[in-house]
Structures are given as C-alpha cells and as structure tokens.
Design a protein. Structure first.
Length: 989
C-alpha cells in the first residue's frame, strides 16, 4: 500500500472556503437562501484512495454548484476518517447519523466496512452511497438505502471466463484475498467457469495480512500443481507483494498465465514500476471508461491539483459521479426539512438506539434511482440500486504500463475494438483471433497451454494391460532383467497421438502386472488404478463404457465400436433340397399360380367357340385349360390361338412370364452360389432358452453385459486367446464348450480373420464406444489428445498401424447375407400383374359384349316359355357351340367343298361335336360315306389320325359285319377322297 502525506487536512478547509463563497454569491444573487443538506463522507483518509476520492467528491460539488447556482439545495459535507477499520467506519457512521444528522453518507471504501454501515443506514433510513465497495456479498443485505455507485465484482466474471474459453484453457485456480472483497466473487466465478467447461481444481486463499513467507508457501503449493492458469482477485497493496514473490520464485515464466480482476487492473497506476515490470504478460479486465471531453478536462484539472492528493483512478471518477448524483437527487427530492424524527430513548439506551429516522431518506433514494446523467466514468444509471455494468476492457501488462488488447461485452463477447453502432448485429464470440497482439510471460507471443506435468513427477506413468491373447492390440514382452517392452496397435496409436500434440509430454509405459508378470486385474481394475492416481493414464484395448466414465475421463475412441455375437456356421443341406422354392416369396408363388390358371381359363373362354383345340369333352377341356396355362411358363404350348383378344392377352402375359422366369433364374443362381452356409444360431433368446454356454474375452466388461442380458453366470466362460475360443467352440456347449461368443468388433474381426470359414458374426450390434485412452477426471490432456487422435485416425498413419498389427481386412460373409431372405416378393412385380390383369379383364369384357350382341335375340325373346333361366341355359349352350361364322370354320367348309364333301362333312362333324372328338381347323374332317355312324374327327397329327382310323375300322367291322380287309379298303378309298397324301402316309406306317 502506498501511503501519501495526508493533505486532506489542507484541502478540507479550502473546500469550505470555496463552497462558502459560492453559497454567499448565490444568496446575494438569487435572493433566496439555498437549503443546506448535510452529507457525511466516511473514507480511509490515510489511504491514497481515500484521499483521492475525497478530493474528487469536493471537486464534483464545487464544479456542480458553479454551473447550477440556481439550485435551491446545497450539499454540506461532513468528513469522518474510518481509519482503514471496520469498527472505525461503523463508529464514524454512527457519529454522523446521531450527532450530525446527515441525510446521506458517501462511503465507505471497503466492502467489509460497508457491511455494517449498510445496516446502520437501513435503520436510520439514510442512503449509504458507496463508490468502491464492490463485493457481490453486499447485495444479499437487501437494504433499500444501500446505493452501489460502483460495479459489482460479479459483473466481470463473464469477461474472465470468456478470456479463458478463448484460449481453451481447461483448468484454472483462483487466488483471492481472504476477506469480504475476495470471497465475494467466488460464488459467481466458479459457476461462470463451469459454464464454459473449465475446472477449478483448487482455490488459493491468502490472508489480507499474509507475510511474505506465507505468500511464498502458498506459491510453492501452486507450483506443484499441473494447472498454470491463475485468476488473482485482490487489491494492489497485497497484489504487489504477491507478484513480487511470484517473480522471485520463477512463476512469471512462459508456462504461467496470470489473469487479474479489476481489483488490481483498476489501480495499476498505483503499483510500483519495478513490480509492474515483473508482471509482464499479466492479463486483466477492468471497466471501460469512455474518453469524453469532460473526462479529459477533469483529468487535466485534477493533475493541476495533484500536489494535494494521489493518482486518479476509476474510484475517483465514481466518487465524483456519486457526489453529482446525490446533489441532483437532493434537488429533485426538494429536501426542505433535512432533519431526523427523533426516537424516544432513555438515558440507558445504546448509541444504536439513540438516533432517529431521516425524514428525507426514502425520497432521496427514489430521486437517486431516477437520476441519470453522463458522468465521468460513463453513463450514471442505477437499476435496483446498482450501477449498470459497462463493457470491460481487456488489458495486457507490458513494461510499466498496460495495453488494451480487446473488449468484452455481454452481447457480442470479445472484440478487438468497441463499435457501438453494430453491437446488435454481431453474434457472441470468444474467438482468440478477436484479441490484439498479447505479450505473454517472458515476452512470448504465443499463449501458454495452461498446464504442465506436475513438477514432482518427471514422466507420465501410463498403465498398460498385460494380455495372453489378442496381443495384436497390446503386448508386453518381459526381458531377463524384469524390464519390459510394450508394443501393439493401441500403443502405436497412442504414440502417434502424442507425437501429434503441439507440445511434448514425456511418458513411460508401466505394465499392469503382478509379481509373476501376469495380469494384475481386469480392465475395470486398470481403470480404477487411474482413478486412484496410481497411474497417470491407461493405454490399451480399454473400452469406453458408461460406468468407467463416472470415475475417469476417456479420449475419443480410435477403434470400431460395438459388441457382436459370433457363432459357428454349418452346411445347410436340408434347406438346399427346397432351395428352388426360395427365389420367390410365398405370396408371389400364390399369385403366379392363380394368374396362370386365370389366364388359361380366360383363353379357353375366348377360344372355346372358335378353336377346336379348346373344345371336346369337359375333362379334356379342363386339362387343356391347365396344360395351356402352365405350358406358357416355358413357352411350350402347341395350341394356336385364333382370337385377337386371346393374342392380345397372351402377348402381355408372355412378357410377365418372361420377366418372372428371368428373375427367378437370377435369384436361384445367386442363392445356389452364395447361400451355402448357415449360422448354428442367430438369436440370443434361443441361447438363453437352451441354457447354452457363451464365451467372452477374460477381464472384459462384456461379462457385465452378458449378465444384463440374463445369461446365467455359470454359463458364461472366459477365454484368453482366439485359439482357446476356437477350442471352446469345437467342444460345443453340451461338452463344456460354448455355443456362441460375445465380444467387441475389433476382437471378433481379428478372430474371424483366422477362422473365417468356421464362424460368423450374427445378431444385433450392442452399442459401446470403442477403445479409448484413460485419464484422470478433468485431465487437461484429454481434449488435446482427442484432437490428436482425430488427426491420426484421419491420416494414412492409422491405415499403416492397422495393416501392421491387424493385417489386411478379410471379408468374411456377414451373417445377414446368410440368413436374410433375398427372395423376390410381390412388391417387385405387382405392376406386371396389374397390367396383365387389366388386359385380361378388358379382353373378357369385350368378348362378353360381343357374344351378347350376337345372341341378342335370345335375350330379347319374350314368349311365355322364355324365363331368365331358360335364356341363360340357351346362351350357355350357344357359347358351347361352335361359332360357324368364324373364319376358322369357314375355312374348313371351303376345304371340304374343295374336297367334294359339299358341306356335309362339316355339318355332320358339327352335329357330333358335343359328344365326340375335336376338329382342328388346321386339318381335315373325315367321314365314311357308307355309314350313318358318327362323323369321323379331324386331327392335326398323323399319329392322332392313325389312332382314330383304327378305331373307326374296328367300329365299322363290328357295326356292319365287314371283314377287316373290306373295311380297310373302304377307308383307303375315303382317305383318298379326303386327302390323297394321307393314304400314303397311313400305308407307310
Ligand atoms: N476391451 C475390454 C474392456 O475394456 O473391458
């Protein structure tokens, strides 16, 4: 603390001379005596701030009444020295209230002094106006009569946390003075830091009367920690000594970040220049004071009277503004009777009971609350009895002064320059690029990383698991001298990540082994060792799982995540026998079958009247329907269709059949070539139901997962190596082996790369987060290593590491391809069926309309015997008869005529058609001219014709008693009549 000579005793009478002169002058000119209003001032008059602020108050009133001579009130100051003491301040206030009956008190300086004074003011209903008691704890007193014409310390915590966020520091230690002022900020600072994910691992509290040795002891303690970012909240008297000692201990070096609150940065000009030099690189926040003409004029004026007091700082400006605000409020409140209402008190009453209540207090408070003006320290405006916070200036101590490196405002965060015109258009930002150039400790131009490896440890002790199997991930090899070599995929990834850090961190691997060089515990145990502080980190195939993350921090994962089930695969011979059914789903099979029958039936309808192929006995016709329909499947139908409607339907149907057949063939081919093997089991529920044994890698968290999945603990077997796993599978669950194994994807892929042909992964993937590196909770290394992991995994380095340890990825068939049905479903073909259906129904409707039109006379008939039933029967009969008008039958008639049959052949054939054989329009009709028997049929093939000829011969012989020789002679003649070539063919048979 800097003690200046106490000159206020010189200035004080001087002020009254000045004010008396002004007062007298105004009396004579205004002819009206201004009302004197007594105001108390309680300050530490031996402190340079007390002296300076008293000067400012005096100058404020002098200036104010010089320009406002017409005011009807005059503040008359009564000064009391609080003697830098809480009790002194209370005594001074009591005296002012009781004996002077002041209407307001300006002061005190410190928050501790203010605490009691606020209560006194509240009791006497006298406003207590402080311009320097900044502790947030004072707000909790909630007195209407407490006016804080200064900033609450809590308003700067957002600015401080924004700076820390900008540089990405993860841990800070607040160092504060152990009093009302120091402690008051902590309940606000800690949540503000937590809000930006910054940890406060420790708080350093320094007594306001701490000796240098005590400061050094505390600094040594801070030195042993890994955190290197400190927030210092104290006044300059203690702060100067603190930084002097920090410099002596080498704590102003390049690793350290020092951020000071406005407790120091508001009073930098009171710090000794040599101490300032040792504070190189310190960052500070302080309220922004706009540079106005009034400010400049006052500074010049103040400097002129500087011989009377000390350096001006923001408290002087607030003191000045407070005095002006009070003078304005007193005038506004029209204070006339500035006296107290005296309480009745007895002779034995204490001082605290002896003073009365101010008559003007509440009016004054109201007037102060509504008083606004542009003061020297910025806009003076009280909200809820508090001054509104201005933007904060961010300063950097360089040499004997400080440079402004940025600003912080509540709306836009950190900015290089304040620009009030576009303040509302910018988004909140805490980018470090918004700062001007900062000189850090030791003159460095780049920010410190904010932490170091604690000085009591040389290297990070990294625990690694000791494993028997899956050593591709981590392998510990023991040397004869008990030393060890650690290598593997995880180790290479960690080394690469550490290399990618922007700073060097020394570390060593320590196997987590017992005295026999065997694993000392599970992965959970290893994680716990990090939590207990026995290792600084753990590196290996440790999986990020929720319950571990309650105790330690994980970096980002660097492997695939998830737990899968692996089961043996077998040849599925049984299913292969029916594999031809698999290409189509059942609904597609069904709809295809129905479609074939429907098309066959429709073609029969369309052809029945005009095509001999679709005529004949009923069973023959039913057979024809099915035969014709299904022969279209392989395009093997021999029957010609005659109707254009049939052709139209068929051509569309052929397209559908073609597509179906092609798709079926392709699907079956792929099934026959791919689908050879099946997993033995695909469902966990089946394993549980069958009480099958399952396996997992020893020490893994998968054990807990399996228990959660309701596997009995006795059914869960552990294995160490892929070979053991294979052996357990070979034994089978019934013989003490396993039916399935559960493990993380990296292990399973490694296992399958060796046993691809025997096992497969099936079932869902149980979500986990892959392997990560383990660090103690809140370790500042975690975010940096996570970023480094990302840069490694995204680079070719990761591919090389994987290739080196895990080999090239072997593509084993996924279970999903084995068991999932890739049958073709109706959903892929319904469009085709729709088209053919529409075509078929259209054809049918056209046919029916045409048929009904041709036979309209039947429908129209209205004689008494014609009922609906009789008409229907007749229509059906007509449908069953040949359509002699069709061109097919006309052709036959023409041929018969050409062959001399004169139309009789056809006629007879027509008559017998219902009970007899069919006539093909493509062939000829045959009838014996010598018989009255049934007409001979017409056949399309020589074989058919021969068969019928023989039957007719036998029947003629029976009927007419002819000898076979005679009969054959007759037939020969007949054949010659009908078709001379037929005879030749027949004889040659
Ligand atoms: N990777 C096995 C475990 O972390 O439990």
């Amino acid at each position: 603390m800097k003690n200046k000579p106490s000159l206020h005793s010189i200035f004080y009478p001087l002020f009254f001379i000045v004010s008396f002169n002004i007062f007298s002058k105004n009396v004579s000119t205004a002819q009206e005596t201004p009302i004197p209003v007594r105001v108390g001032v309680v300050l530490d008059m031996d402190d340079y701030v007390g002296q300076m602020t008293f000067d400012c108050i005096s100058m404020a009133l002098s200036d104010f009444y010089a320009t406002n001579g017409h005011y009807k009130t005059r503040l008359v100051l009564t000064n009391r020295d609080s003697k830098e003491d809480v009790v002194g301040a209370a005594a001074a206030a009591l005296d002012l209230l009781k004996n002077v009956e002041v209407q307001a008190i300006i002061g005190p300086l410190s928050s501790a002094q203010a605490n009691f004074m606020i209560n006194l003011g509240d009791k006497a209903q006298v406003p207590i106006i402080t311009f320097s008691a900044t502790s947030p704890s004072l707000s909790s007193i909630r007195s209407l009569y407490f006016i804080r014409a200064t900033l609450n310390d809590s308003s700067q915590v957002q600015a401080i946390s924004a700076i820390i966020q900008a540089f990405g520091w993860r841990e800070v230690v607040p160092i504060y003075v152990d009093n009302e002022f120091g402690e008051g900020i902590i309940p606000f600072l800690t949540p503000a830091l937590e809000h930006v994910h910054v940890r406060v691992p420790y708080r350093s509290v320094i007594s306001p009367i701490a000796s240098d040795d005590q400061i050094v002891t505390e600094l040594y303690k801070l030195m042993t920690m890994q955190t290197r970012v400190f927030i210092v909240h104290m006044r300059t008297n203690l702060g100067s000594r603190f930084f002097t000692k920090a410099k002596e201990l080498g704590m102003m070096s390049e690793d350290y970040v020092w951020i000071v609150t406005d407790g120091i940065s508001n009073e930098l000009n009171s710090i000794d220049p040599s101490v300032m030099e040792s504070m190189l690189g310190v960052i500070g926040v302080r309220p922004y004071i706009p540079k106005t003409k009034e400010f400049d004029d006052f500074t010049i004026k103040y400097k002129k009277t500087k011989a009377l007091s000390s350096d001006l700082n923001i408290f002087g400006l607030w003191a000045y503004d407070s005095a002006i605000a009070l003078a304005m409020a007193v005038e506004k409140a029209r204070v006339k009777n500035a006296t107290f209402i005296k309480a009745n008190f007895s002779r034995n009453s204490t001082d605290l009971e002896a003073f009365g209540v101010s008559r003007t207090g509440s009016k004054l408070v109201q007037a102060l609350s509504s008083t606004t003006f542009r003061g020297l320290a910025g806009d003076f405006k009280l909200v809820n009895g508090k001054l509104q916070a201005p933007p904060y200036q961010i300063i950097n101590v360089v040499g004997r002064g400080a440079s402004v490196v940025g600003y912080w405002t509540e709306d836009i965060g950190i900015v290089r320059e304040l620009n009030f015109t576009n303040a509302n258009t910018k988004a909140y930002s805490t980018s470090k690029s918004n700062f001007g150039s900062i000189i850090w400790s030791e003159g460095k131009t780049y920010p410190p990383k904010g932490w170091v490896i604690p000085t009591n440890r040389k290297k990070l002790r990294i625990g690694v698991p000791v494993k028997e199997g899956f050593t591709e991930f981590v392998q510990v090899t023991w040397n004869a001298d008990n030393s060890s070599k650690v290598e593997g995929h995880c180790i290479d990834v960690f080394d690469a990540a550490m290399e990618a850090l922007p700073y060097g961190v020394p570390y060593e691997y320590i196997p987590y082994a017992d005295s026999n060089q065997k694993s000392a515990g599970s992965y959970n145990d290893l994680t716990n060792e990090v939590y207990l502080g026995n290792f600084d980190a753990a590196v290996g195939d440790v999986t990020i799982v929720s319950n571990r993350s309650q105790y330690v921090d994980f970096t980002l994962p660097y492997t695939e995540s998830g737990v899968k089930m692996v089961v043996p695969i077998i040849d599925d011979k049984r299913k292969n026998a029916w594999i031809f059914l698999k290409p189509l789903t059942w609904d597609l099979w069904l709809i295809s079958f129905c479609s074939f029958v429907f098309i066959g039936f429709l073609i029969w309808i369309l052809e029945h009247r005009i095509n001999e192929d679709f005529r004949g006995p009923p069973w023959h016709q039913v057979g024809m329907i099915f035969w014709f329909a299904f022969s279209t499947m392989v395009f093997a139908h021999k029957e010609r269709v005659i109707s254009n409607l049939s052709r139209f339907v068929l051509i569309i149907w052929f397209l559908v059949v073609l597509i179906l057949i092609q798709s079926y063939t392709a699907s079956l081919t792929s099934m026959l070539t791919v689908q050879k093997l099946q997993p033995t089991v695909t469902d966990v529920a089946v394993l549980i139901k069958n009480k099958d044994n399952v396996g997992y890698v020893k020490g893994s968290f998968v054990l807990e997962l399996l228990k959660k999945m309701n596997f009995e603990e006795s059914r869960i077997l552990a294995y160490n190596t892929p070979e053991e796993m294979d052996e357990l599978f070979s034994k089978g669950s019934k013989n003490g082996g396993i039916a399935a194994a559960f493990d993380e994807l990296p292990y399973m892929k490694l296992f399958l790369s060796k046993y691809c042909s025997k096992y497969t992964m099936v079932g869902p993937t149980y979500k986990t987060d892959g392997f990560g590196f383990v660090f103690p909770m809140g370790s500042p290394l975690v975010p940096d290593i996570s970023r480094a992991i990302l840069s490694v995994t995204e680079s070719k380095k990761m591919v090389d590491i994987e290739k080196k340890w895990l080999g090239d990825e072997i593509k084993c068939p996924e279970s999903s391809t084995l068991v999932s049905s890739n049958s073709l479903g109706l959903e892929s073909f319904w469009g085709l069926f729709l088209i053919v259906g529409v075509a078929a129904i259209s054809a049918f409707i056209i046919y029916v309309i045409r048929f009904l039109r041709e036979n309209w006379n039947v429908i129209e008939r209205c004689d008494t015997e014609s009922t609906v039933w009789s008409k229907t029967v007749e229509l059906l009969q007509r449908f069953n008869n040949r359509d002699l008008s069709s061109h097919t039958f006309k052709n036959i008639e023409r041929r018969e005529r050409d062959n001399g049959c004169g139309g009789d052949c056809q006629k007879r054939a027509m008559e017998s058609s219902d009970e007899n054989l069919q006539l093909s329009p493509s062939t000829f009709s045959l009838q014996s001219p010598h018989t009255n028997g049934p007409p001979s049929p017409v056949f399309s093939t020589p074989r058919e014709r021969r068969k019928i000829f023989r039957e007719q011969v036998i029947s003629s012989e029976n009927e007419f008693g002819k000898t076979p020789g005679e009969t054959s002679q007759v037939i020969k003649q007949e054949i010659e009549l009908v078709n001379p070539n037929q005879n030749e063919q027949l004889t040659s048979q």
